[in-house]
Design a protein around this ligand. Structure first.
Ligand SMILES: Cc1ncc(COP(=O)(O)O)c(C=O)c1O
Length: 397
């Protein structure tokens, strides 16, 4: 029996609250940065123990601004290096290159899939300025060890938390470890606003720089269209003088009130969202356990919470071809994705040499053997059972 609809790697539900907020945006006649953006930023920053959040049009934009802001504040030079995992989404190396810096890849942990702290120090050179710690699939990277290395070598930390929200490591929230942390609200992510992303920080100077960079590099005196609403004549004069000043070369990365309204409605229900993801994952872990000799199931690190944006699996029996399994699942309307190939991308091989992927054997293995399926909260009991039945059918063959 084949289910009639596709069970995707993610889903979108625009619930009553979201519809109400969208109506409020439409009635307000205000689409650019306004009350919904402010409320969304404040709520999501608070949830991740951050003081400031800047809502932009994508997680990639947030990462690009994070690198640019740190480069400016700490006067990094072109060609300086940032350590990034050899297994992650392409945006991580792209934003480093786009800022005229050099990504230095480090292999990942074979069971947790995030940066392997034991391998970081080997990659540090006199030019290393930062580590980009990526929390993949919903699980935090090993932040205590990564922070200790950063302190020892005086490196900044960028957290790429695009795939992880509301998860703690050693009691501390993702997003609150780094100098700047970045989140995505693109399709299939824990919160989905269509497009969107956030850069968060506890450093006021960096927060102002991030907002300025997202607004063409504007003078800090006028970063929102409300900033010139004042009764004070002298102040108004000063703002008018500076409101078309651009103090750095920036970008146009703003999001709208529509995305913020969708985001706010979901932030208000994020605890239930993540709880249901964890329940789904517990179900899959329990049901798929019987094929553990063929499949490596996700493992939760000691000290970590997992928010299961996805459910990652690695085929570990050489008699089973990963591509045959994923083709079988897709033929049966269960969507899959590979586990974030980076070092085998044609353009990265052109830039860093054809042997790039061979230098990171764990990432290579996961690229070749891994894939993920969805774990989203709207998945029904019937859909979850169907997925398990299809694995059973495949392994029976
Ligand atoms: C780890 C990681 N970093 C960055 C991004 C980029 O986010 P966006 O698609 O919002 O630009 C993604 C997106 O999927 C991601 O998974």
């Amino acid at each position: 029996m084949k289910i009639a609809h596709q069970i995707g790697v993610g889903s979108v539900t625009i619930n009553q609250k979201a519809q109400q907020y969208l109506q409020e945006v439409i009635r307000s006649n205000r689409l650019s940065y306004g009350p919904f953006s402010q409320r969304f930023e404040t709520a999501i920053a608070k949830l991740h123990d951050c003081r400031y959040a800047v809502f932009v049009n994508s997680g990639t934009s947030a990462l690009q601004l994070a690198v640019a802001a740190l480069k400016e504040k700490y006067r990094w030079q072109d060609g300086d290096e940032i350590i990034i995992p050899a297994l992650t989404f392409v945006a991580c190396s792209n934003v480093v290159l786009q800022n005229n810096l050099r990504p230095v890849f480090v292999d990942v942990h074979p069971e947790y899939y995030n940066l392997d702290p034991a391998k970081i120090e080997l990659a540090i050179t006199a030019k290393t300025r930062a580590i980009m710690a990526v929390h993949l699939f919903g699980q935090p990277a090993e932040m205590d060890k990564i922070m200790a290395i950063a302190r020892k070598h005086n490196l900044k930390i960028i957290e790429d938390s695009c795939e992880t929200m509301l998860a703690r490591y050693d009691g501390k929230s993702v997003g609150s470890f780094g100098d700047i942390s970045c989140f995505s609200t693109y399709a299939c992510h824990i919160i989905c606003t269509g497009v969107g992303g956030l850069a968060m920080t506890n450093d006021q100077e960096l927060a102002v720089m991030l907002r300025s960079l997202a607004n063409h590099g504007r003078d800090a005196i006028y970063l929102s269209m409300d900033d010139d609403k004042t009764e004070n004549r002298n102040k108004l004069g000063m703002i008018m003088e500076r409101r078309f000043n651009f103090v750095r070369m920036g970008y146009s990365y703003r999001a709208t009130e529509m995305e913020a309204a969708l985001g706010l409605a979901q932030v208000e229900e994020i605890a239930a969202n993540v709880r249901q993801r964890r329940e789904n994952a517990a179900f899959f872990l329990q049901q798929l356990q019987r094929w553990e000799k063929f499949l490596q199931l996700p493992r939760i690190m000691p000290k970590a919470e997992h928010s299961f944006m996805m459910f990652p699996l690695v085929v570990r029996d050489s008699r089973i071809k990963r591509d045959e399994l994923t083709l079988f699942l897709e033929e049966n309307n269960i969507e899959t994705r590979p586990m974030l190939p980076l070092t085998n991308q044609p353009y990265n091989q052109a830039l860093f040499g054809a042997g790039l992927k061979e230098q990171f054997p764990v990432a290579k293995y996961i690229n070749e053997q891994g894939f993920y399926i969805g774990c989203y909260p709207e998945m029904t009991e019937e859909e979850k059972k169907y997925i398990v039945d299809k694995f059973a059918e495949f392994f029976r063959r």
